[in-house]
Design a protein around this ligand. Structure first.
Ligand SMILES: NC(=O)c1ccc[n+]([C@@H]2O[C@H](COP(=O)([O-])OP(=O)(O)OC[C@H]3O[C@@H](n4cnc5c(N)ncnc54)[C@H](OP(=O)(O)O)[C@@H]3O)[C@@H](O)[C@H]2O)c1
Length: 266
């Protein structure tokens, strides 16, 4: 008799599943038997991912197009999910974007947009599903931060700060969930192949030109394994781990200068 898959009978909501790391994260959950709800703004891309994963892994996959950057976007998504009679067991807060440039030189809209999506929507969705996860004593939250979470980021200040929030928030919830059966992991990738760089404008920076870019599939697999094991924080790749260790050891003033140098145009 075939072994029952870990996620059978459960549903994972993956935000930002129309591109990049989110597609691979969704695939990891589907492979393990989870049904999926996939959310992002671009309906055709989402539908394509949903159909492929449903037919490859024999799971149910529902695509819901929504702008999570709009205030109340998380509640709107949750209402659409509830209207379809779907219960969410695992929440993967992956949707996010970056915007590079000096704070004074950049318009307010993308700066505030990063807070609305990377911070507000992530917190809103977590708040919506968290209590029920604790009551059920299973499931959990996989949040996507970044190596940017570990230090301030002059020349991309709001993005770095938004990811510091995600890391701090995730670690705090991990502790609040201790002993309940609910898992919390925070994925902190370094540069990863996706559409991120195009939208963020980081390709022109020294970091963008010099850094080693990881493929998104192994990044997602590391995150999935970490989530399964309830590992609090996962940093992808040896170089990224070494960079974070150095940032923790060096004086903050020096770190700020180094990061600024990396985030300036090459
Ligand atoms: N790639 C990297 O180098 C890197 C490094 C560290 C951390 N990260 C983090 O990894 C996560 C995934 O990014 P990625 O690299 O896979 O980038 P990506 O290829 O640009 O994918 C971003 C995803 O988020 C969705 N999204 C963007 N704005 C949205 C909105 N307003 N409402 C709903 N969905 C929205 C996008 O779909 P639509 O455009 O269809 O809405 C897409 O599915 C992000 O949180 C990012 O900060 C990425």
């Amino acid at each position: 008799m075939a072994k029952k898959k870990r996620g059978a009978g459960q549903t994972a909501l993956v935000t930002g599943a129309s591109a990049g790391i989110g597609i691979d994260l969704a695939e990891c959950f589907a492979k393990d038997g989870y049904d999926l709800v996939l959310a992002a703004r671009t309906a055709p891309a989402l539908e394509e991912v949903a159909q492929r994963l449903a037919s490859t892994y024999g799971v149910k996959a529902t695509a819901i197009a929504v702008d999570l950057g709009a205030i109340g976007g998380g509640a709107k998504l949750a209402a659409e999910i509830a209207a379809r009679g779907i219960t969410i067991d695992v929440l993967v807060n992956n949707a996010g974007f970056g915007h590079a440039g000096a704070f004074a030189a950049e318009p307010a809209e993308p700066q505030l947009g990063m807070i609305d999506l990377n911070v507000r929507a992530l917190t809103e969705l977590t708040h919506i599903y968290w209590k029920d996860m604790l009551a059920r004593g299973r499931g959990g939250v996989l949040n996507v931060a970044s190596t940017a979470a570990f230090q301030p980021g002059p020349m991309m200040a709001v993005y770095y700060a938004s990811k510091a929030f995600v890391l701090s928030f995730s670690e705090a919830l991990w502790e609040e969930a201790r002993g309940t059966g609910v898992k919390v992991s925070c994925l902190c990738p370094g540069p990863t192949a996706s559409k991120f760089r195009e939208r963020a404008g980081t390709g022109r920076t020294r970091l963008g030109k010099s850094s080693k870019v990881m493929a998104s599939a192994p990044v997602a697999r590391m995150a999935y394994t970490a989530f399964r094991n309830n590992t609090r924080v996962v940093v992808t790749g040896a170089t990224n781990k070494a960079t974070i260790a150095a940032a923790r050891m060096l004086p903050r003033g020096q770190v700020l200068k180094i990061v600024r140098g990396m985030m300036e145009p090459a």
